[in-house]
Design a protein around this ligand. Structure first.
Ligand code: ADP
Ligand code: MG
Length: 220
C-alpha cells in the first residue's frame, strides 16, 4: 500500500483561542517496503503526523490517500477495519495487558482463539527470539522483551504498514538497538515508519524526514 499525504495540516483546538499547529503543509509519500524515519525534537509534530497518516485523526486541511483513494471517502468503520487488517501500531508504551501472558497478549490482535492462530503467534515470538517467554506475564519481562511482545502483537495480521511511535524511548541503548534491529528486518514484508527524537536509531533508514516546529525541514 502506498500512503500519500498532500499538503496536510493539523491544528488542535482550532476553534479555541490557544490553538496549536501540530504540523503544516507536509507532503509525504510512503512506498512499499521502505523504512522511513520521522525525526525531530519533542513537540515537533511526529506523533500527530503518524495519527493522521494512519487515519486515526482527520487532518485540518490537505488529503491523505491510501493507494490513490482519499481516506475521507471511507467511513469511520472502514478506516478502523483498514487499520486492523493492514496496519501494525507500536507505541512508546507497550500497552500490554498485565494479567494476560505474552502469548495471550499477542493473540489479542486476532478475534479467534484457534490453534492455527496460536501456532502463528508462536512462530512470530520465535522469530523475535522470545518464544521461551510465551507463558510469562508482562511484569516478568525486561523493557526490550515487552516491546518485542508489542511488536509480535502488531505483526499478527501481517501488516502492510507498521507505524512505530518512539518505539525505543523507554529502553536502554542496547535494548533500543535490539528492537530497531527487529523492526529493520521486517522491511522485506512491510513499510515501516518510525517516529523518534533519537536519530542514532535511524542509521539504517532508507529515508529520514526531519520535522522542526511542525514543518518538514529536510528530507534525506
Ligand atoms: N491532543 C492535543 N491537543 C492539543 N495540542 C496537542 C495535542 N497533542 C499534541 N499537541 C501539541 O501539538 C504539537 C505536536 O505534538 P506531537 O505531535 O505530540 O509532537 P511529538 O510527537 O513530536 O513530540 C505540540 O505542540 C503539542 O503540544
Ligand atoms: Mg510523540
Amino acid at each position: 500500500m502506498q500512503i500519500t499525504g498532500r499538503q496536510i495540516n493539523l491544528i488542535y483546538d482550532i476553534n479555541k483561542e490557544d490553538c496549536t499547529y501540530a504540523f503544516r503543509n507536509i507532503d509525504i509519500c510512503l512506498s512499499s517496503r521502505e523504512l522511513v524515519g520521522i525525526m525531530g525534537p519533542s513537540g515537533c509534530g511526529k506523533s500527530s503526523l503518524l495519527y493522521v497518516l494512519s487515519g486515526m485523526r482527520k487532518p485540518t486541511s490537505g488529503t491523505v490517500y491510501y493507494d490513490d483513494v482519499d481516506i475521507e471517502s471511507y467511513s469511520i468503520n472502514e478506516k478502523a477495519r483498514i487499520r486492523k487488517l493492514k496496519f501494525g501500531l507500536i507505541f512508546q508504551k507497550h500497552f500490554l495487558i498485565e494479567y494476560l501472558s505474552v502469548l495471550e497478549n499477542v493473540m489479542i490482535a486476532v478475534d479467534l482463539n484457534t490453534e492455527e492462530y496460536k501456532d502463528k503467534a508462536m512462530d512470530i515470538l520465535e522469530n523475535l527470539k522470545i518464544s521461551h517467554l510465551a507463558k510469562r506475564k508482562p511484569e516478568q519481562l525486561s523493557g526490550g522483551q515487552k516491546q518485542r511482545t508489542a511488536i509480535a502483537r502488531a505483526l499478527m495480521n501481517n501488516p502492510e504498514v507498521i507505524f512505530a511511535d518512539e518505539p525505543t524511548a523507554s529502553l536502554d541503548h542496547n535494548s533500543a538497538l535490539e528492537v530497531i534491529g527487529v523492526l529493520e528486518q521486517l522491511k522485506d514484508r512491510s513499510t515501516i515508519i518510525i517516529a523518534t527524537h533519537d536519530a542514532t536509531i535511524l542509521r539504517n533508514a532508507d529515508r529520514r524526514i526531519e520535522l522542526w516546529d511542525g514543518c518538514a525541514i529536510s528530507k534525506v
